[in-house]
Design a protein around this ligand. Structure first.
Ligand SMILES: [Fe+2]
Ligand SMILES: [Fe+2]
Length: 164
């Protein structure tokens, strides 16, 4: 008798799916902003901000310390990108509060997120795919998909930030 086999996504797929989700959440923010709904824009922003921080922290706790030992320069570059994202998030949060998000600033942010995604996929994610042990994988998984998080994670959406 065939049994249901749950195919566990690889670390790389978990992370790339999260990138796709983050871009969708940011697109939600922009859609609600364009619809001129302040309340909904703020709510979408809060979701995006929380999710982006969770992603950065997952990488900084579960991947970067070990990856740094293998490729210190590349790890440093990723940490620096994360620092820039946090700064941009602060600036965008003010724009959201003032309900005046500039299209060029939003576009540039999306572009830098996509470039970061490609860079991670080529370097740190390829390394994680090949070397992450079960316990580190579990920790990463729990940070990216907390069980109390109502968000859905459809299967088979593995991709990069180039989609959308
Ligand atoms: Fe990252
Ligand atoms: Fe990432």
């Amino acid at each position: 008798m065939p049994t249901d086999v749950y195919e566990q996504p690889t670390a790389r797929h978990l992370l790339l799916d999260d990138h796709v989700r983050l871009l969708r959440l940011f697109e939600d923010v922009l859609e609600r902003f364009r619809a001129d709904d302040r309340e909904q824009t703020r709510a979408a922003w809060a979701m995006f901000e929380r999710s982006l921080f969770a992603h950065l922290e997952a990488e900084e706790h579960e991947l970067l310390p070990a990856f740094r030992k293998v490729d210190p320069d590349e790890a440093q570059a990723l940490y620096a990108d994360h620092g820039r994202f946090r700064k941009t998030i602060e600036e965008l949060a003010i724009s959201v509060e003032l309900h005046s998000i500039r299209a060029d600033a939003a576009g540039m942010f999306v572009q830098t997120l996509k470039e970061h995604s490609h860079r991670e996929d080529r370097g740190m994610y390829a390394w994680a795919e090949a070397t992450l042990d079960e316990s580190s994988y579990r920790h990463l998984h729990d940070r990216l998909c907390p069980s109390d998080d109502p968000r859905g994670r459809p299967a088979g959406t593995h991709g990069t930030m180039t989609s959308g």
